[in-house]
Design a protein around this ligand. Structure first.
Ligand code: NAD
Length: 359
């Protein structure tokens, strides 16, 4: 298989962690006989320095024309005082809009080797935590009208929450398709006891369920879901929800796994061209010191293989290599504990690459 991957190294630890993910991808290509061509894309603070623009049109074009995009992270203190339109994070928003990605997918997985890092009780963690939150990304209350005006003589704030059937259906499909690739259990999260948008959400999900008879659909109110994520997270396989609920629940879910450096994410739209990135930022406090944990980025590359290129075996091979690296007792500084061997970012990339075996 030949695939063209746009690579955004970005700022801070971005270049260091992306480099490790590319090493792993190169090993996959060699082991399985694929060709991955990489096109470098400037985005974020480095693009502000070079072009005075965090994502020039020509750079966005490279992403849109690729088969998928791998991103490290952007931003840093150096660009704190640039005008709003020039902020590195603006590049990220434009990239998401330009690629038309409307679904953000974040796994919450506890690696058995890192169970102690979770703030949850051991008895809960021991049951296993491994689920994905599929969050609608470009609709709902964040994209509705926001205004503050005088009503009955009092300053009154108004935020409008709108979802149409089509917007719900397209994110619902991503939820069902993701569940199909996993344990075939989809939990649709809403607030249908109060909100009309949630009642439509629920109706559309149940209509879609007829097309996915192999996937078991359940419904859960968002307040209950927030409780269940800490009380009994092992019950979940895939959770699909709207923008604001997903924003809050996905942060809660990433916290219970204990380490920000280990978590990948994907953003997908109508095509298979997705955006893959770790959930953390550019960590300027440790940039350039070989301290960063590259595993979130390496696992983002695995998600790219699974969800954009349909290469499940190759994705499994990367995840197994990460597991073997942890089994051997290696840890970067952020997840270091007694009795383990501390390694830097580069060594971590080398060890995961060495551990990669054809499944
Ligand atoms: P951050 O995620 O960069 O860092 C938070 C803390 O986690 C820091 O102590 C950092 O050292 C640590 N950390 C993060 N990733 C790590 C890794 N891979 N290995 C080891 N430790 C890691 O969040 P922040 O400090 O709030 O933001 C820093 C910059 O990143 C800001 O400019 C922010 O706007 C930007 N940011 C970018 C993205 C993105 O590119 N998608 C996302 C979030 C924040």
């Amino acid at each position: 298989m030949v695939k063209n991957i746009a690579v955004i190294r970005g700022d801070g630890i971005g270049p260091e962690i992306v480099e490790q993910a590319l090493k792993v991808l190169n090993k996959v290509a060699k082991a399985y006989g694929h060709t991955f061509n990489y096109t470098d894309v400037d985005m974020g603070g480095c693009a502000v320095d070079k072009y005075g623009d965090p994502l020039p049109e020509a750079e966005l074009k490279k992403c849109v024309e690729s088969d998928s995009v791998l991103l490290g992270a952007v931003g840093g203190n150096k660009w704190n005082d640039v005008p709003g339109y020039m902020r590195p994070e603006k590049g990220l928003l434009r990239l998401r809009a330009g690629m038309g990605v409307y679904s953000n997918n974040r796994p919450a997985k506890i690696w058995k080797q890192l169970a102690d890092a979770s703030p949850l009780k051991k008895s809960i963690v021991d049951k296993g935590i491994n689920f994905i939150i599929v969050r609608e990304l470009i609709g709902g209350i964040y994209f509705g009208e926001h205004k503050t005006e005088e009503v009955d003589g009092k300053p009154t704030a108004i935020d409008i929450l709108t979802y149409n059937e089509e917007e719900i259906e397209r994110i619902g499909r991503i939820g069902f398709e993701t569940a199909r690739k996993r344990n075939k259990k989809l939990c649709s999260v809403e607030k249908s006891n109060v909100l009309d948008s949630s009642r439509l959400w629920k109706k559309v999900m149940h209509k879609l369920a007829d097309e996915y008879p192999d996937v078991e659909l359940s419904d859960m109110l968002v307040d209950n879901c927030a409780m269940q994520i800490v009380k009994n997270p092992s019950q979940f396989d895939v959770v699909v929800t709207e923008n604001m609920f997903g924003d809050i629940l996905s942060d809660e879910a990433s916290m219970i796994t204990g380490s920000i450096g280990m978590i990948p994410s994907s953003s997908l739209g109508a095509t298979t061209c997705g955006l893959y990135e770790p959930i953390h930022g550019s960590a300027p406090d440790i940039a350039g010191r070989d301290l960063a944990n590259p595993i979130g980025t390496i696992l983002s590359a695995a998600m790219m293989l699974r969800y954009s290129f349909d290469l499940d075996e190759e994705a499994d091979a990367i995840e197994n290599a990460v597991s073997a690296y942890l089994d051997a007792g290696y840890r970067t500084a952020d997840i270091m504990s007694d009795g383990m061997t501390q390694v830097g970012c580069e060594k971590c990339g080398d060890l995961v690459t060495e551990n990669l075996r054809k499944v």
